[in-house]
Ligand binder design. Structure first.
Ligand code: MIC
Ligand code: SF4
Length: 750
């Protein structure tokens, strides 16, 4: 299982030279992100200064991590690439497919039966191609990576949008689609537009009820779900130094919610302590030797305005706990204003369930802080009014916190310990409710709260907060409870208050685990067989997509014009659909079923232009496809925000959608579309969105002139015989245009 110390030494050995050259070429002091990026150029030598937000750059990441729900598609594609073994250390983590129902053990046992075919597939592909395999129950990808593989100054990609969690350990870790992972595993360059840089200066110090989570909840409020797009967020300042390593991880994790490419903290004592405590004193010793390269240059910290494209300052001493939601993670409410907001907006005041844990918030520190609140419920004779669940992030954290008596405290408060897995965070939750459609409120320490995400119910108002705030509100069973000011009535009729939470950063008697759940790959996997049953409804081998001719982009029908928020959860819902993540045709039946049709405000109800009838989106797309007619999806701002799931791009590709035309894209989704050979373009004039009508037939007029930095012209032919010609922009470079004509990036790799 061990991380590769030689690989880390090699990265560190080349850093100094590359940083010095980059500093000369860029002509000014460097930020931390720039140092790491310039040290990971695919071509090796630093030859030019890249323009932030503009230049496409080829990188060579050190590692790849994949979770089971995305790894299936990634590895099905890798099997097509014809390589005998992965080119960089890679791991697979089985965390997304475990349904939370009764509790850890029973749920895990059931998952092992239900998902056997998928787990067997993932374990044998991993075995064959030299990939480390973390079994179901081992933990959530980002927590396991932080505990075992992340290292300061490294660069990693992962097929999950919360991969940036590893920024808590000073790594540039970026969420990507499976096709990107295939490139890196095949030893090819990985391309990224050189990011812009947002600096966040933290002064003061966290105390009382405020925790690291509140930093990112606050930042999300400032930047919104789009504000980090195309940027790396770099945290620094005395405040940053005092935050624990896992707290830093929480902040970086949720940077995904502002669309940031990734987030990162510089190396310091907190990271050092964490490395030592997780059995990696040798990594800490190496990092100590090059400390000056694992932070920005002094000039940057002294005068940050001059070096970051945008600068935000937060005083931790004044920062209040926050609660964000409902339905979007950037609706940020300071605790003191939240209760009034609940009343004013008419959100259901009764809190039905509190859920802590997940990849975002299940460190030893998080658990101790939440347990210190839970213990008070026991001591002060308070009975928790809401249901309470706890998902530990890894077996190591679970084992250690159980040994230290912490899980027992939750148990006494009435909490249920779920498996070390995503569970309710991704809708893998058999929620106990007498009415699954009731308007209701829940609060989680997770990161995302889009409609329907946790339990499939559009009326569930999900809020996001720190584990300790979630625990306090769970005890109260009331969203308007403010633990800093309000009293609760206990079983003996006395009014009591909750004291501030107390946490312990790292376990005083060290981390421990009996079976971490790791399986190393075969030394030589040549003879390992990977079996996919042709009759399976869970797995399906992929057939290459056809190359394009320009005629394919004429006579296309509008499939749907989506209105408002259209996240990957709207495009390819998770929860019950996760079971089809390895079967493209089956999962395509969820395509865009959550998107709101701009013409009738309904979901999954679009006009079939051939019959005039209204039908489900996937069925309508299949009908056009069967008749050889291409279709078009039109969307609003930040289309495809959220997850890295490339299914959101592959499903439309599979069902005959040829073009996606939107006001703006989220980064990962835009790349996923390009990789799968789709035409992803944006309105040059966003108000042209209004020109798209329900009966439009659509054509790209100048596809033979598809070149970088050159807009295209799209004709919207309306039913009344009139036509609107509109300009659309794109961000394809030469290489990506080659993927497009080839039908997919994978077709060019083969
Ligand atoms: C999520 O948090 O939405 C997920 C599920 O982890 C996704 C990945 C997926 O869809 O499999 C993500 O964040 O990328
Ligand atoms: Fe799993 Fe939720 Fe983390 Fe995604 S955000 S990896 S679903 S725990």
């Amino acid at each position: 299982m061990a991380f590769d110390i030689d690989m880390i030494k090699a990265v560190y050995a080349r850093m100094e030279e590359r940083i010095n050259t980059a500093r000369k070429i860029v002509g000014k002091p460097l930020t931390l992100a720039e140092k790491i990026l310039y040290s990971h150029l695919y071509a090796g030598e630093v030859k030019e200064a890249y323009e932030r937000g503009k230049s496409y750059v080829d990188f060579a990441p050190d590692r790849v991590a994949m979770q089971d729900a995305t790894a299936q598609m990634a590895l099905l594609q890798f099997m097509q690439a014809g390589k005998p073994k992965v080119a960089v250390p890679s791991t697979v983590h089985c965390d997304h497919l475990i349904l939370a129902e009764t509790g850890a053990q029973a749920d895990l046992e059931k998952a092992n039966v239900i998902n056997k075919e998928v787990y067997d597939f993932l374990s044998s592909v991993s075995n064959k191609y030299g990939i480390g395999f973390w079994k179901p129950g081992a933990g959530i990808i980002h927590q396991v990576v932080l505990e075992n593989y992340a290292f300061p100054g490294g660069m990693m990609i992962g097929t999950d949008s919360h991969t940036p969690n590893a920024g808590g350990l000073g790594m540039i870790a970026i969420g990507v689609g499976g096709a990107d992972a295939v490139d890196v595993m095949a030893g090819m360059p990985w391309e990224l537009k050189f990011p812009k840089l947002i600096g966040v200066k933290l002064t003061g110090r966290l105390s009382g009820w405020t925790s690291a989570k509140d930093v990112i909840l606050k930042v999300a409020g400032i930047l919104t779900v789009k504000g980090g797009t195309g940027a790396i967020v770099e945290y620094f300042g005395e405040g940053a130094e005092s935050i624990s390593c896992t707290g830093k991880g929480t902040i970086c994790n949720m940077g995904a919610e502002i669309g940031a490419t990734t987030s990162v903290f510089s190396y310091g004592d907190k990271m050092r302590d964490y490395l030592i405590s997780t059995d990696r004193a040798d990594v800490a010793a190496e990092a100590d030797k090059i400390r000056q390269h694992l932070r920005a240059d002094d000039e940057v910290y002294a005068n940050p305005e001059a070096y970051y494209d945008q600068l935000i300052e937060i005083n931790l001493s004044e920062l209040e706990p926050h609660i964000n939601g409902p339905f979007t993670p950037d609706a940020a409410w300071p605790l003191s204003k939240f209760s009034a907001a609940v009343k004013e907006k008419g959100w259901p005041r009764e809190l039905e369930v509190g859920l802590i844990g997940s990849c975002t918030n299940s460190s030893y520190e998080d658990i101790t802080r939440a347990a210190s609140v839970a213990q008070q419920a026991v001591d002060k004779k308070l009975t928790a009014k809401a249901e309470f669940t706890i998902t530990p992030g890894s077996e190591q954290v679970r084992y250690t916190t159980e040994r230290d008596g912490l899980l027992d405290v939750f148990d006494k408060m009435g909490g249920v310990i779920l498996a070390n897995a995503c569970g309710p965070c991704i809708g893998q939750w058999a929620r106990h409710s007498n009415d699954p459609n009731r308007k209701n409120s829940i609060i989680t320490s997770f990161n995302r709260n889009f409609a329907k995400r946790n339990d499939g119910n559009p009326n569930t108002h999900a809020f996001v907060a720190s584990p300790e705030i979630v625990t306090a509100l769970t005890i109260a069973g009331d969203l308007t409870f403010n633990p800093m000011t309000d009293k609760l009535l206990n079983a003996e009729g006395q009014e009591v208050m909750l004291d501030e939470p107390k946490g312990i950063e790292l376990p005083p008697s060290g981390f421990a685990v009996e079976d971490a759940g790791y399986q190393a790959p075969a030394e030589n996997g040549e003879s390992v067989q990977v079996i996919v049953d042709p009759n399976s409804d869970r797995l399906q081998l992929l057939a290459p997509f056809n190359p394009w001719k320009k005629e394919d982009f004429t006579g296309m029908k509008l499939l749907i014009k989506a209105k408002g928020k259209c996240t990957t959860d709207h495009i390819s819902m998770a929860g019950p659909w996760l079971k089809y993540r390895g079967h493209l045709d089956n999962i395509s039946n969820n395509m865009l079923i959550g998107a709101v049709n701009a013409f009738n405000d309904a979901t999954n109800k679009v006009k079939n232009q051939l019959t005039g009838e209204y039908g489900e989106v996937p069925a309508t797309a299949r009908d056009y496809k069967a008749k050889g007619i291409g279709s078009v999806v039109v969307g609003d701002e930040n289309y495809g925000e959220g997850s890295s799931r490339e299914h959101a791009a592959m499903e439309p590709r599979h069902l005959g959608v040829r073009m996606v035309l939107v006001k703006s894209f989220a980064r990962i989704h835009e790349t996923n579309l390009k990789k799968q050979g789709m035409l992803g373009v944006t309105f040059a004039d966003p108000s042209d969105y209004d020109k798209v009508l329900e009966d439009d037939t659509i054509e790209v007029l100048d596809l033979d002139n598809f070149r970088p930095n050159t807009p295209l012209t799209v004709a919207l032919r309306h039913a009344d015989g009139s036509t609107d010609n509109i300009q659309v922009n794109h961000t394809y470079n030469e290489g990506q245009i080659a993927w497009f004509w080839a039908g997919s990036a994978l077709n060019t790799l083969k």
